[in-house]
Write a protein that binds this ligand. Structure first.
Ligand code: CAA
Length: 409
């Protein structure tokens, strides 16, 4: 098979609560501008006690099936990418498979590589379809995470949560993915990790920023090396090749740093004598990067899902304008593995809605005290979800060490 393959449908999901970072800054005795300007964040998504990674994932995918436009029996591959799994053995994917009533004839598993595994899952699904192994079936890829650092740590303002579900098929109405030309980079580093007995990640913050940028350099060089061996010798400048540049967003300022680094690498690879000027970088940021960071400013880090929240926002906001245009995507997972790849925005991108704006508008702002109570585990999973809950399923606690999920009535 040689036809286009990629994302046919996309649905985003956010938990009900959000915490304003101005409130967190005040509580921690930090200048609010550090979070707003220094990190680029306004608020972060917080999960109520009735929500975990399983419900985030299932609630992201459920609208795709609820409309009747996608049949669960079409799904032959169901992948869930997450850093924040709920069990050491039983994968999030099989809980989701059960909740969505997917067919038994389905390969399903969970993927882990910090924030990178959403892209690993997407590429696996795209290649499964492209290889012909799908035999006309479709893949459901879900990136779902709850980002947690210790309360009071430097990482605390860069938490968040959310999920993005993507239906992958040979009808890429929203984005066709160029899986043949992607560039990868891997290196064993301890920049961010989470030992098995911890619920909050450990991080070497400044070092993690360096690792991210080095991985971007490496993945982009691999992308270019492949492209040059396959195509022309003197490429157009990057800014003329892509209508938008999407990044993994641990915090929005990281994407700005990454874009500057990418443009520098592009200038160097094309043999330019000088580095790009500040005006050039700022202009490119303003037109092709910053507009797609708005969701992440309000959600915070959602690890595997964060790059795909940028994609959801791009499709919702500019899907019509960018239709048929190539865009670039950069995925980074600590530890580390990274991938730089491209796709072409599909013809129907203007018609679909990921649900993101409605979810953002429906969130309830909680206080720092409520957030700290949730983090300390004082709030037990309830019998019913709180008022305003928009998910199709909620977590109802454990029984004999088995997790229970119920439909929202
Ligand atoms: N007004 C405006 N800006 C201010 C300011 C103020 N009053 N005070 C500080 N700032 C700026 C600083 O100058 C700095 O900007 P630059 O990076 O451009 O220099 C920025 O705010 C942050 O300040 P600090 O470096 O002092 O912040 P910090 O020590 O508190 O740590 C952090 C920041 C390392 C990102 C920390 O939040 C952290 O560890 N976060 C988690 C790790 C992370 O997200 N790493 C990203 C790469 S790894 C990855 O991508 C995988 C993943 O998802 C985890």
């Amino acid at each position: 098979m040689t036809g286009a393959v990629g994302i046919e449908r996309l649905s985003a999901y956010l938990p009900l609560y959000s915490l304003a970072l101005d409130d967190l800054a005040e509580a921690r005795g930090v200048e609010p501008q550090k979070y707003r300007i220094g990190l680029g964040l306004e608020s972060m998504a917080i999960t109520p006690a009735c929500e975990d990674t399983v419900t985030l994932a299932a609630n992201a995918a459920a609208p795709l099936f609820a409309s009747g436009e996608v049949d669960p029996h079409e799904i032959g591959l169901l992948l869930v990418a997450t850093e924040s799994a709920v069990d050491h053995a039983k994968p999030v994917s099989i809980f989701v498979h059960e909740l969505l009533r997917a067919q038994p004839a389905c390969r399903t598993y969970e993927l882990k590589h910090a924030c990178y595994s959403g892209t690993a899952a997407l590429m696996t699904a795209v290649q499964w379809v492209a290889s012909g192994a799908a035999r006309g079936r479709k893949a459901l890829v879900i990136a779902a995470d709850i980002a947690r650092y210790d309360v009071g740590s430097a990482g605390e303002p860069t938490q968040g949560a959310g999920a993005v579900a993507m239906l992958v098929s040979d009808r890429p109405r929203l984005l066709s993915v160029d899986f043949r030309g992607s560039g990868a980079f891997a290196e064993g580093v301890f920049d961010f990790w989470r030992p098995l007995d911890r619920s909050a990640a450990l991080v070497d913050g400044k070092y993690s920023v360096d690792c991210y940028l080095r991985a971007l350099d490496g993945a982009y060089r691999d992308f270019e090396a492949h492209r040059r061996s396959a195509h022309e010798a003197s490429p157009l400048p990057l800014v003329d090749r892509f209508g938008a540049f999407l990044y993994h967003v641990p915090f929005p300022k990281m994407a700005s740093k990454a874009h500057r680094r990418l443009l520098e690498a592009d200038f160097a690879l094309r043999g330019e004598d000088e580095a790009p000027s500040d005006d050039f970088v700022e202009g490119s940021l303003a037109s092709a990067v910053s507009p797609y960071l708005q969701a992440c400013r309000a959600v915070g880090n959602s690890y595997t899902a964060s790059l795909y929240f940028c994609l959801a926002h791009l499709l919702d906001r500019d899907g019509g304008r960018l239709s048929h245009e190539p865009i670039s995507l950069f995925s980074y997972g600590s530890g580390c593995c990274a991938e730089f790849f491209s796709g072409v925005v599909g013809p129907d991108a203007a018609r679909d809605d990921s649900g993101l704006s409605a979810l953002l508008a429906a969130r309830r702002q909680i206080s720092v005290a409520e957030y700290e109570a949730l983090r300390s585990g004082q709030a037990a999973p309830p019998d019913a979800p709180p008022d305003g809950f928009r998910g199709h399923f909620f977590f109802a606690g454990t029984e004999r060490d088995r997790r229970r999920y119920l439909p929202t009535s």
